[in-house]
Design a protein around this ligand. Structure first.
Ligand SMILES: NC(=O)c1ccc[n+]([C@@H]2O[C@H](COP(=O)([O-])OP(=O)(O)OC[C@H]3O[C@@H](n4cnc5c(N)ncnc54)[C@H](O)[C@@H]3O)[C@@H](O)[C@H]2O)c1
Length: 251
């Protein structure tokens, strides 16, 4: 073994970085709503400069469109400087039975946005992330990326793939100091779940979630932001449920 093989990259952050985050720049997809928006607020409260890529914002970006992502990241870079943090929170729910007419369309939409969109954003930011050995990537999967619920096939498949994408990033970038981790939220009260009648949400949560309730978006953002910290330099390839104990329960 060559000298240096065991510790090829050392964390290069300083204590100044811990106290004053002014110099770091984040790209947050899906930052206009829900978990993404809560993440933007928490990062900004820590002094991180945040650029949002969202199809529902003043300069809309569809993460499934590679050219739009490249242009959006270039705009953020020009405004704030090189990107240190990527949070892929843009996502859509997608359901259906295998024999539904719309199944293939739903499948392609879920893969294009939830999976391929995350890849476009990581690739557009990669040169920046690599520049100082401290880049941070956090992808959003779901408890549906760890197991499958009935009739949510396209969504579940896309989120399992986000878990796989995160692991492959962690392995390929392991020596560079860039980390890639995945947060798997359980049911969270956002625009995505708001259409579910409140009484159904309560009944389901009391039955399936040890915490007995849905999460608030801030409770998911807390973990996302923790993974972006300079000090989280040895957390790599972790797939972390933030689900009130849902996946710990045997039924
Ligand atoms: N809410 C939940 O219960 C829950 C549970 C597990 C995982 N998640 C995941 O967390 C992430 C955030 O979800 P949320 O609950 O905050 O949803 P949300 O609907 O509140 O926010 C999603 C955001 O993504 C944006 N978006 C959607 N498609 C886009 C596209 N093609 N290009 C750019 N932006 C796009 C939307 O405009 C919106 O601002 C998603 O990846 C979702 O799958 C949510």
């Amino acid at each position: 073994m060559k000298k240096g093989d065991l510790y090829p990259t050392r964390p290069r952050h300083s204590w100044v970085f811990y106290c004053l985050d002014m110099t770091r720049v984040a790209v947050v997809t899906g930052g206009a709503s829900g978990i993404g928006r809560a993440t933007v607020q928490l990062l900004e409260a820590k002094g991180v400069a945040v650029g949002v890529l969202d199809r529902n914002s003043s300069s809309p970006v569809d993460v499934a469109d590679r050219a739009e992502v490249k242009a959006g990241v270039a705009r953020i870079r020009k405004t704030f400087g090189p990107v240190d943090i990527v949070v892929n929170a843009a996502g859509v729910s997608s359901s259906g039975q295998l024999d539904d007419e719309a199944y293939l369309r739903e499948w392609e939409r879920a893969i294009a946005i939830n999976l391929t969109g995350s890849m476009h954003v990581v690739r557009a930011c990669l040169p920046d992330l690599l520049r100082n050995g401290e880049g941070r990537i956090v992808n959003l999967a779901s408890t549906e990326g760890l197991g499958a619920a009935r009739s949510l096939g396209p969504y579940s498949v896309s989120k399992h793939a986000v878990v796989g994408f995160t692991r492959s990033l962690a392995v390929d970038l392991g020596r560079t100091g860039v980390t890639a981790n995945c947060v798997c939220p359980g049911a969270t009260l956002t625009a995505m779940t708001a259409p579910i009648p409140e009484v159904d949400r309560h009944t389901w949560a009391r039955r399936h979630v040890p915490a007995g309730r849905y999460a608030a978006p801030e409770e998911i953002a807390y973990m996302i932001v923790a993974l972006t910290e300079p000090g989280a330099s040895f957390v790599n390839g972790a797939i972390i449920p933030v689900d009130g104990g849902q996946t710990a329960m045997s039924m």
